[in-house]
Design a protein around this ligand. Structure first.
Ligand code: CO8
Length: 210
């Protein structure tokens, strides 16, 4: 189990690249597992091989997911983040960037692994993507916060297998409260999901910043 106070290793680009490659292969594996029709014996045989591979990876294990170096092109440092983390096979991943005026934007495509209603994106997955994008937009104001409220309006179904855009921006800061809003847009340019959120900066974040 990873704890907030666990010391995190920061990966250099050379260290991160092969691990991101590993996550990309596992992402393919997850989709293959969801869609496969190989039959019972082959499924059991592959499961045994995967169990052996899992043990190889567990042989040397960190206490918590590592961080990445941030910079002009990386605004998030959590390598294992479930939305944007390149090392997390569960993450699509959504590659989020921020403009100088604080707009956080990312393009992504969700495959069948993220299906909710048949052929459309699961609403919880859209919420997760928006929570992350709005949270990062909130952090662009200076100090970030924890999601206190997140309100979604699902305007129309979000398609699987097509390029989507997420965009978010902080609208105002009131003391420790940061308000942000954002959207997911489909390939036709129409908004599928709208979100507003309020993030609260915990007191201990402010202490750490000093
Ligand atoms: C760059 C990184 C991007 C990350 C994106 C992803 C973010 C996440 O998913 S975070 C995980 C989900 N969120 C959580 O787990 C949060 C759990 N909650 C908490 O930790 C705390 O309740 C927290 C930090 C939100 C507020 O705690 P605390 O600092 O003690 O707040 P507190 O002092 O009681 O309240 C401060 C103000 O916020 C208000 N407030 C606090 N929580 C809420 C809430 N849930 N709803 C509405 N208002 C709230 C209070 O009413 C108070 O307002 P006022 O100053 O006007 O009286």
């Amino acid at each position: 189990m990873s704890g907030a106070m666990t010391e995190r290793h920061t990966l250099g680009e050379d260290e991160a690249a092969p691990l991101a490659g590993l996550a990309a292969r596992v992402r393919e594996l997850i989709e293959a597992a969801v869609l496969t029709d190989v039959g019972r014996d082959e499924a059991r045989a592959v499961a045994d091989e995967i169990a052996a591979l899992t043990e190889r990876l567990r042989a040397v294990r960190r206490d918590a997911p590592p961080f990445l170096v941030t910079g002009a092109h990386r605004i998030d440092r959590q390598a294992g983040n479930p939305v944007s983390g390149p090392l997390n096979p569960v993450a699509p991943p959504v590659d989020l960037d921020a403009t100088a005026d604080g707009i956080v934007r990312g393009e992504f495509t969700l495959n069948d692994v993220y299906e909710g209603p048949p052929s459309y994106v699961h609403g919880g997955v859209s919420a997760m993507v928006l929570d992350q994008a709005l949270g990062m937009a909130a952090a662009q104001t200076g100090v970030g916060g924890m999601t206190a409220t997140l309100e979604l309006r699902y305007r129309r179904p979000t398609p699987l297998g097509m390029p989507l855009t997420v965009e978010a921006k902080a609208s105002r800061v009131e003391g420790r409260k940061i308000y942000a809003s954002g959207t997911i847009t489909g390939p036709d340019g129409r908004v599928t999901v709208e979100a507003t959120a309020m993030f609260v900066t915990p007191q201990n974040f402010l202490v750490q910043e000093r």
